[in-house]
Design a protein around this ligand. Structure first.
Ligand SMILES: [Zn+2]
Ligand SMILES: [Zn+2]
Length: 423
């Protein structure tokens, strides 16, 4: 009976060996940069209690209202595949006792899968990946500047040289109520013509009016009063220190009053890293209210996340060179039962020496093995043919088109140097 073929669910993707080297390279370089800034890796579960995201992301956000993969487990608990990383990292910070450790605590995650039931589109998947960092315990502007400099370095690292930081300050619990009032007054005459989402934002969270993507509302947002003009003295001082430190660190930035994080626990600095036509690749900010909102002691925090799929496709469009899948270093071609056995034994020995080695698994004839090796792009082919001459091997240099007779223990040194053959 023939089975029914099952396709992958909508909005997810497979990554094949021709594309995984780019992911591995990103992984490596992300880690190097995070470690360079003194961050340590945290790994949190892919699912959490649904309540964590209701409280930690906000019940009136699109993410929570429309995009979560929530399900009841077999015991009837409501669990959710994480739609973002910060809430889980904060939970782990508290649960792991890190709030009692020396501060600041600096954590990162890399190429971590996230899940949102979003309408699939170019670069938008239902399982996507983020890398990011969260810094806890430091309230001063240097923490903001360090995190922003890290985000900027990440985007620049990948050959997106025109990366620029856009920053804004959305104030604190002292100054935001006044700004909120100013916004309400600005938007009041337009309520009737705004989109339905904005009408509900007007009631519940006016800061998020500035985030609307509907063209008419977006142009209305450009004329809206800026949060920077309503900052209290402490917030204004903090914001100017952040800018001074960014300049000191050589980070190119501009102030963009249009950047907001419309949740109550976001405070002061918010930022994005924008790379030319690729747009915003990274977003973050200070969230001094979140740890407390999730049941911890009052704890300042600042962080960001990078969308990995968007970063990869921006790099591709920018022509950034990334590693490709590599051919094995040696192919062992053999004819006859004795020689096949020798080849199998030799493959094990060479792999033990750290070489990447392939040998025939298809029972191909010698000529077909050589054709296959050429198709793979293998630089060296060792041919084991003559049982009478046990231990003597013909080693072909496929790039130079030369051939030499060698002993088994000579193969690894020759391949490793990638060239010079003995006479
Ligand atoms: Zn303030
Ligand atoms: Zn709108």
């Amino acid at each position: 009976m023939k089975g029914i073929r099952i396709t992958r669910p909508r909005g997810v993707s497979d990554v094949f060996p021709n594309a995984t080297p780019a992911w591995q390279e990103l992984d490596l370089r992300f880690r190097r940069l995070f470690h360079g800034f003194g961050f340590g890796e945290v790994r949190t579960p892919m699912f959490e209690h649904t309540d964590l995201f209701l409280r930690g992301v906000g019940a009136d956000t699109d993410i929570v209202a429309k995009e979560m993969y929530s399900f009841a487990d077999r015991a009837g608990r409501s669990l959710t595949l994480r739609p973002e990383a910060t809430a889980g990292v904060v939970r782990a910070y508290l649960e792991g006792g890190l709030s009692a450790a020396p501060q600041p605590v600096k954590l990162y995650y890399v190429n971590a899968p996230m899940f949102r039931y979003d309408r699939p589109a170019v670069d938008r998947y239902r399982q996507f990946h983020q890398s990011g960092a969260e810094l806890f315990g430091a309230s001063g502007p240097a923490a903001d500047a360090e995190v922003i400099a890290l985000a900027h370095a990440l985007i620049r690292e990948f050959g997106l040289g025109q990366a620029e930081v856009c920053i804004n300050s959305i104030g604190c619990s002292t100054c935001r109520p006044a700004y909120r009032q100013t916004l309400l007054e600005y938007y009041r005459p337009h309520i009737a013509t705004m989109c339905a989402d904005c009408q509900s934002r007007y009631e519940r969270n006016p800061l998020r009016l500035l985030d609307c993507k509907v063209p008419a509302d977006a142009s209305l947002a450009t004329g809206a009063p800026s949060a920077i003009d309503s900052l209290c003295r402490d917030c204004a001082e903090h914001f100017s220190q952040v800018q001074m430190l960014l300049s000191a660190a050589g980070v190119a930035y501009q102030v963009d009053p249009g950047i907001v994080r419309g949740l109550d626990y976001y405070t002061r600095t918010v930022f994005e890293v924008v790379a030319g036509t690729a747009g915003s690749l990274c977003g973050g900010g200070r969230y001094d209210g979140l740890v407390e909102a999730l049941g911890g002691p009052p704890t300042p925090a600042v962080g960001f996340a990078v969308g990995v799929e968007r970063l990869l496709s921006a790099m591709e469009r920018a022509g950034v060179k990334m590693p490709k899948a590599e051919a094995p270093e040696v192919f062992l071609a053999a004819e006859g039962e004795t020689q096949r056995l020798s080849a199998f034994r030799l493959a094990a020995a060479l792999r033990g020496e750290g070489l990447t080695v392939e040998t025939d698994l298809m029972d191909r004839g010698l000529r077909a093995q050589l054709r296959h090796a050429a198709r793979l792009g293998v630089p060296y082919v060792a041919v084991l043919t003559d049982p009478a001459e046990a231990g003597v091997i013909a080693l072909r240099d496929m790039r130079r088109g030369t051939q030499a007779t060698v002993r088994p223990n000579e193969i690894a040194p020759i391949v490793r140097v990638g060239g010079s053959q003995p006479h």
